[in-house]
Design a protein around this ligand. Sequence first.
Ligand code: BDR
Ligand code: CA
Length: 311
Amino acid sequence: PQKIIIDTDPGQDDAVAILLALASPEEIEVLGITAVAGNVPLSLTESNARRICELAGRPDVKVFAGCDRPMGRVLVTAEHVHGETGLNGPVLPDPTMPLQDQHGVDFIIDTLRAEPAGTVTLCPLGPLTNIATAFERAPDIVERVKQIVLMGGAYFEVGNITPAAEFNIYVDPQAADIVFKSGVSIVVMPLDVTHKALVTTPRNDAFRAIGNRVGIAVAEMTDFFERFDKEKYGSEGAPLHDPCVTAYLINTDLFTGRHINVTIETESELTMGMTVADWWGVTDRAPNALFMGDIDADGFFALLHERMARL
Ligand code: BDR
Ligand code: CA
């Protein structure tokens, strides 16, 4: 299996991404989960991460708290999408598994130094604060990363938090800039892909019909989470943004995209956090990311339904 660190701000869609990883031990070994401030403040994202591990029956997973605010800006949160707790929808008990003492950034650094170079994949599902802080503090780890597979950004679908920017990149553009300039091989799941990964009513019914705790909780999460996109975009259901990252690790063939240059806007307030993606190759800037554009949504949901039934 591929060794990964999940860096996350749960978030209902983060939760499904984590569940998919934990349901797939043949393909994925989760070395640890680092929480970051994003959808809701850090105290909630770290406890939500533990709630999800317990829901998956995996209280042994190591969960760490990372950075509680972006590198250079005030934290912007998204309770308007995810609810006050970040995980509104199902009633999940308070976690009893421990939070690790070590800081999430130190865990990322130590793990990359301890594991053989080129074997650990980073999976950021929230603002890139923890990853960029680790790269700044320990530049030696950068070349040891196998790859980064992240959810963030947008091109044709432009913004969901401002007209120009996607939430994860907008919250910490400085961190995103560091990551996209790092030279690490990056796979990006932008809104262009995730807005095609919609939990339609039949797909949600199929989660509920699994009948186990996880299937029902996923259905309840998407019931709650879909209001925002239905009202704003008139979409057919909740977009499962973050699970695109863990699905890619299991089956890369579900996604297609292009190797292109992606540069982050860090100066203009109007377009702050925009992922300026050279999809048409109109500049001579070197490609730094595999920017996905399409998804086999039926295949993606078939995978999710099959794996949630295993938990
Ligand atoms: C991203 O922002 C968060 O609200 C979601 O969890 C996802 O990671 C989508 O823009
Ligand atoms: Ca997220």
